[in-house]
Design a protein around this ligand. Structure first.
Ligand code: FES
Length: 103
């Protein structure tokens, strides 16, 4: 069963920005897209870059190293060099806190 864990305050991530947080053994990247928060695995499946440091454009994140792109809502990879997507985690906002559901 998955449990929603508080990972950050909404104030910690400015609109149009991302930030990575450790949650147990996972490193999760949270993005603020026009006030909507998304959570994905921070590690790019191509060669391990931190996606939280990537380029946010619309609802997509571009890897800062070799520019693979992922859709934040689904984790789907949109183009090479990545050959697979990233895990997406459900996000809840409660009392100004960002909660992420991990299994
Ligand atoms: S590490 Fe992300 S595209 Fe290469």
């Amino acid at each position: 069963m998955s449990v929603a864990t508080t990972i950050a305050s909404v104030d910690e991530i400015a609109e149009g920005k991302g930030k990575a947080f450790d949650l147990g053994e996972k490193r999760i990247a949270i993005f603020n897209v026009a006030g909507k928060f998304h959570a994905i695995d921070d590690e790019c499946p191509h060669a391990g870059a931190s996606l939280s440091e990537g380029h946010l454009e619309g609802g997509n994140i571009g890897c800062p190293w070799h520019y693979a792109e992922f859709e934040l809502a689904t984790g789907k990879h949109l183009h090479a060099p990545a050959t697979c997507g990233v895990t997406v985690y459900p996000v809840q906002i409660e009392g100004g806190q960002i909660k992420v559901e991990v299994e």
